[in-house]
Design a protein around this ligand. Sequence first.
Ligand code: 13P
Ligand code: SF4
Length: 361
Amino acid sequence: MAIELPPPPLQRGIVNHSSFSELDIEKEAERLSTAIKQPFRWSLETCRSIAPLTLEINQLKKEKDVILIAHSYQTPDITYGVADAVADSYALSKEARDAPQNTILFSSVRFMAETAKIVSPHKTVLHPSPEAGCSLSDSITAQDVRDIRAKYPGLPVVCYINTSAEVKAECDACVTSSNYLRICERLPGNGLIFVPDRFMGKHLQNHLAGKKDVIIFDGECEVHAAFTGEKIRTWRKRASDAGMELQVLSHPECDTDVLDESDFVGSSEVLMEEALRLASAGKKDLMLITECGTTDRIIAESNEDLNLVGACVMCRHMKTTQLEDILQALRNPRPDQIIELETSVIEKASKCLDEMFRLAE
Ligand code: 13P
Ligand code: SF4
């Protein structure tokens, strides 16, 4: 019997230009370049070279009734070229739950695509880059949760959304960077176990001090762990010597010494909204302590002349996905690009996510 082999990955940069007219490609290149607003890194010529990919992806989405959702940390050719929704992990899990389309293509890391499958088990969920993981999600297993629960019997286990479906299935409530303080405050009882992010856990411990005991795990995000309070102090001094009043905006996956030095803490989406608000109020000297995708979004969505200070850090997992992977998954998905989870895992993990939706609103 002949074995059907999965299609090979599309080669990077190999695009069939013949399907679209030169005029279509020119118009698409101009649309991309205007939306991305970074003429040095995404020149009109670069946009021209990717236009056949975005045109075909957008055409296939319509033909196959697919919603393409992308996390803020995806590259701008994805977020501004082909995504129907771009946001933080909380907003995207709601988007996946409520989407009327039968197929969801999630351009992001694996745990986010799994979350889409848990909240929409009857839909097909495509994840173009199966190898795109996350250091936080990879730091904990379902067995670790069972062990920690046995060590502290009676305490609810709260997991950050950056966890596998199997881990969520072992937890009582899920949280994201936009709602962890609120949800943990609202949970009954005077203690909880928080997994797996030790920095967010420490922040939570400080926030709930005197009200609830918080037991934490030792995972961390390799991207946000790179920032330090010391670096922020140095930049603030430098900026103030140059007559600037720096506004520092940080993601809660950073260490507490970073958060203590920050003017504002929030999820990827909330950081972008706050940066846009500050810039329109005339505060344009901004330092973003997070992954580079948030900065790309601020550049694209602001009409102000911004002064973005310091350097962002790139997530190698988030940046794994390229337009070629998305096109491949839409044309003819390989089995490993289709999210499959055991029914019992979906049932248990959906209770954990339902608790998040209930307590977050
Ligand atoms: P957000 O929910 O803030 O988008 O965070 C997800 C994530 O992985 C950040 O590193
Ligand atoms: Fe995971 Fe950090 Fe990358 Fe987010 S930025 S996906 S937490 S490794």
